[in-house]
Design a protein around this ligand. Sequence first.
Ligand code: AMP
Ligand code: MG
Length: 342
Amino acid sequence: MQTLVTPASPEAIRQAGQLLRQGQIAAIPTETVYGIAADAQNGGAVGKIFAAKGRPQDNPLIAHIDSLAMLDGLAAPLPDPLAGQVQALAAAFWPGPLTVILPRGPAVADEVCAGLDTVAVRMPSHPVARAVIAACGRPLAAPSANRSGSPSPTTAADVLADMDGRLPLILDGGACEVGVESTVVTLVGAPTLLRPGFITREQLAAVLKTPVALSPAILEKLREGETARSPGMKYKHYAPRAEVTILQGGLEAFAAYAAAHGRPGDYCLCFAGEQASLPLPCVAYGRAGHPEEQARALFRALRALDEAGAVRAFARCPGQDGVGLAVYNRLLRAAAFRVVKL
Ligand code: AMP
Ligand code: MG
């Protein structure tokens, strides 16, 4: 299959909408990361996403909508207080990088929900994503546009690197602003954060007027046989080929560790501006103390390590407050939970 990369012009958006209506897949930019879209009501089309990504069948997808009206049928009719909670979150954060898990309705393909009785829904803010949903006229299932396990793509070039020959069309909308995948919160049962993102746990709690629990899978490796409430969290994820180790501690201790343990082929995944203090070649991912900047830069930096041929990478440890929790959660998986306390 030939893969066409094209700027997201009105004509290209119309073409993408038509492809999607015909049951094809296409890569599109969103404000979080690039996604591979398919008609969420067409099981055959959704199956092509799993095939293109090599994604395990039991990992459900997020349905993307462009209006609250599109929620009808995707989700089951919502009882109180669930309806009020959804309204409050939608008013505060939609369109934007928040995914809500709800009881599923009939108007979504089984493949999207991967056998669960719930559905994940998000209304993106990226103008191209919204225009493609409108052009197709249906909710779009759209997981990140990477090969399963790799870092998510934040540019059209990164999508092409993973997906050349595996899908017909990539719409180029420039670099993604947020850079990490959406926050996922479930409202089925007590509100619980399943995946941290740009919308923080504190922001969710303030709008819901109730505490939001933290799924243990965000910061810990699941033990053998343990079930994940968000199936995506059980896989090794976001990982470059380089073996990443997070070093928890200050810059001086980090530099000393890198000097003592570094071998040819090793890199530092450091914060911007630290390169001159470090004894190994460096790739930076945003400034220390600026988690939004780190989120925007992290996946590109992980891919840059591979492009540089890094064998191992020692990573500076981000903070865990606010958006920092999302950065730490992704880096922890990229490092397969290898953390050294300095
Ligand atoms: P991605 O599509 O790569 O952004 O990943 C979607 C994330 O949402 C994965 O971690 C999924 O496991 C999670 N997810 C999607 N649908 C559900 C659902 N119904 N219940 C819980 N988690 C879900
Ligand atoms: Mg993904």
